[in-house]
Design a protein around this ligand. Structure first.
Ligand code: HEC
Length: 215
């Protein structure tokens, strides 16, 4: 059980009381600058896009320096690193190639992800202009922009719909019967029939042979 003191501390914190005034004296409120530094998400409707601009050409130079070693000269992916381009029309194949051009629904994710997480060894090192330039270059690598002089900015960002934008559906699982409100979850004998083993890892070829390691 929580002691009354702990509960009071939680209540005070939840109420926005300054931590140094709380009984435990822990923590402090984040400053505006700290919140701004973390509040960098860019959403599909363009909310959160910063001011900035960058051309395909500028993005290409940055990409060659900062990204190509892992993602390939043309976004094809070096070795086992992720491909950022190509794969259009493969989503229904047995082995689909999911890239920004073939699979991703929103350009905002390219900007957000790149600015937030890439390059892998130095996340959050790109300026906003650099993130715009590299996003423009990724469009170019995916044949979605043809002109090397093209400039991407906050003003024209929302003009781009990625090819697979319509390929996603809303998650409507809560409308399925087994999520009906008030339904008691099944805790025993839930399968309609007998469970039947239809394949074993080794037989269906997902377990490497011998040695236990990958070849
Ligand atoms: C050292 C290797 C490395 C470098 C350099 C690098 N990346 Fe990545 N990138 C990765 C890895 C690893 C992932 C997958 C990360 C994960 O799934 O958590 C990734 C994922 C991505 C993805 C998501 C791909 C997908 O389909 O899921 C994008 C977009 C991306 N990187 C863009 C860039 C850009 C732009 C640059 C240059 C500014 C860059 N990366 C530099 C290693 C790298």
């Amino acid at each position: 059980m929580w002691s009354r003191g702990v509960l009071l501390a939680l209540l005070l914190t939840a109420g926005g009381a300054r931590a140094e005034e709380s009984p435990l004296g822990l923590g402090r409120e984040a400053t505006e600058a700290e919140v701004a530094a973390w509040d960098i998400d860019v959403r599909p409707d363009g909310q959160g896009l910063p001011e900035g601009r960058g051309t395909v050409e500028e993005g290409g130079l940055l990409y060659d320096d900062l990204c190509a070693a892992c993602h390939g000269d043309f976004g094809e992916g070096a070795g086992r690193w992720a491909a950022l381009a190509g794969g259009r029309g493969t989503l229904t194949h047995r082995d689909p190639l999911k890239t920004i051009g073939s699979y991703w629904p929103h350009l905002s994710t390219v900007f957000d992800y790149t600015r937030r997480a890439m390059p892998f060894h130095a996340p959050r090192s790109l300026t906003d202009d650099e993130a715009y330039a590299i996003t423009a270059y990724v469009l170019y690598l995916n044949d979605l922009v043809e002109d090397e002089g093209f400039e991407l900015s906050r003003a024209n960002f929302m003009d781009f719909a990625l090819p697979n934008a319509g390929g996603f559906i809303e998650d409507d699982r809560w409308s399925e019967p087994h999520y009906a409100p008030g339904l008691e979850p099944c805790m025993s004998d839930c399968l309609p029939g007998e469970a039947k083993v239809i394949g074993r890892a080794r037989a269906v070829g997902v377990t490497p042979d011998g040695g236990g390691g990958f070849e």
